[in-house]
Design a protein around this ligand. Structure first.
Ligand code: GLN
Length: 449
């Protein structure tokens, strides 16, 4: 009830929420209350916690639109694995959250319905694409939210909104029931107010799943016991490409201050190099758009969602449904991806981007041979103004420089708040770990926080 009241009272301006399942949430909460009264049943790890889920996570009987007009009427008949796991852990799904359409964007301004705003200052964007998940946490509508991160979409909005966002290792959390954007990059993860909560939620959603063949059959450790507060002897690498030129001095100073704090706690750090960083954004946009062009082929006006009603034949039905259903950014990505995969251009673009991906993975491997974690800002600057970047997609893409390398390499990374800019907006610090070593990422973030 408190969660629903918070949404009603405070979300009018923030617009982090797309749909509230008031009836379903209250019924579930009442069921949970009964179990508490009985007292002899084991309660789940997330017992009674109100949650919000990004609207690209499929939820049984709760509308799931991906913030797209195309899916404006889509009510799934099943739960995705992450949705099911939070329910199995006794959390209550209260609402579905705003996002950039099909998770394409970094400001929430690509929502097909209305943009979410940054609760710290509503003249500014909350980030994206999981902007609703981060803004809702900053507004404290929920105890936790889930987002998805293909190129930074959990970490960047978490940084802009002053909350904690974790992208797990690729394969750590099942993608079954996450509407696919770029299948080789997408991961689901928690957005929370602190690191301990992040560990709880990851514990509940992680693990192998027979419904997702890319989910990893790797043991899930006890993340809570990793939160020791100890960073003595920890070796931190700080890539010079992500702390120097192009990073706002206020952001750099906040990150250097955080490094000082970790040093005082017994960690050491040195500057390292990721020489292929400058190619990460173009490689990411080629690969993610290529995969998107294929994944979004399923939206044909026949199988899901909204169907154009004035079409004379099948081809026209496809064309009309897609023309009317998709927003401009989604169309841009589909065109870019289709072009990159087309005969004659494949070698020059898609294949080359895959080769760059391998070089970036090697950059990470070289650093992790000598360091336990990599640390740098989550974003080059704090949140930008609503409208500031909308007319310049390339400028918007370049904002992703600190987050996309991690997705290309499939690594776990967290964004934690590390201070404020002079104009009162949160700054985010990013900690990147080895594959499947979320424990160390969480430990360092928790010790710092
Ligand atoms: N901003 C990036 C993009 O637009 C990241 C998106 C994401 O992680 N879903 O592709």
């Amino acid at each position: 009830q408190a969660s629903i009241a918070s949404i009603k009272e405070h979300d009018g301006e923030i617009k982090s929420v797309l749909h509230v399942d008031e009836e379903g949430a209250l019924a579930h909460a009442r069921q949970l209350d009964k179990r508490l009264v009985k007292g002899n049943e084991e309660l789940g790890l997330l017992y009674g916690l109100p949650a919000g889920l990004k609207d690209n996570l499929v939820t049984k009987d709760i509308r799931t639109t991906c913030a797209s007009k195309f899916l404006a009427n889509y009510d799934p008949v099943h739960d995705g694995t992450a949705s099911k796991k939070v329910k199995d852990a006794d959390a209550v799904i209260v609402a579905k959250l705003n996002m950039d359409e099909f998770a394409m964007g970094g400001s929430n301004e690509n929502s097909g319905f209305f943009p979410a705003k940054n609760p710290w200052n509503t003249d500014y964007v909350p980030g994206g694409s999981s902007g609703g998940s981060a803004a809702a946490m900053a507004a404290r509508h929920f105890y936790f939210t889930l987002g998805s991160d293909t190129g930074g979409s959990i970490r960047q909005p978490a940084a802009f909104c002053g909350v904690v966002g974790l992208k797990p290792t690729y394969g750590r959390v099942s993608r079954f029931g996450l509407v696919a954007f770029a299948s080789s990059l997408d991961q689901i993860g928690p957005v929370t107010k602190n690191v301990e909560d992040s560990a709880y939620v990851l514990q509940a959603i992680a693990g192998h799943d027979e419904y997702d063949s890319t989910s990893a059959n790797v043991e899930v450790p006890d993340y809570l016991s990793a939160l020791t507060g100890d960073v003595k002897g920890l070796r931190i690498g700080v890539p010079k490409e992500l702390i120097g030129e192009g990073i706002d001095p206020e952001v750099r100073d906040a990150v250097l201050a955080a490094l000082k704090q970790l040093e005082n706690m017994g960690a050491t750090w040195s500057e390292v190099s990721m020489p292929h960083t400058e190619y990460a954004v173009p490689a990411y946009y080629l690969l993610s758009s290529s995969e998107a062009s294929s994944n979004l082929a399923r939206f044909d006006g026949v199988r899901y969602g909204v169907r154009a009603d004035n079409a004379a034949n099948l081809i026209e039905l496809y064309k009309e449904s897609r023309s009317q259903g998709f927003g401009p950014e989604v169309k841009r990505r589909i065109m870019l991806g289709t072009y990159a995969l087309s005969s004659g251009y494949y070698d020059a673009y898609y294949k080359k981007a895959q080769q760059v991906r391998t070089l970036i993975i090697q950059d990470f491997n070289n650093i992790f041979a000598d360091y336990d974690v990599i640390l740098h800002p989550t974003t080059p600057s704090t949140a930008f103004k609503v409208g500031e970047n909308v007319d310049d997609p390339v400028k918007m893409y370049l904002e992703d420089i600190c987050t996309v390398p991690v997705n290309l390499a499939g690594l776990p990374a967290i964004s934690v708040p590390c201070g404020f800019s002079k104009n009162g907006l949160p700054i985010g610090l990013q900690i990147v770990g080895r594959a499947f070593d979320e424990s160390t990422v969480l430990r360092v973030a928790h010790a710092y926080e």
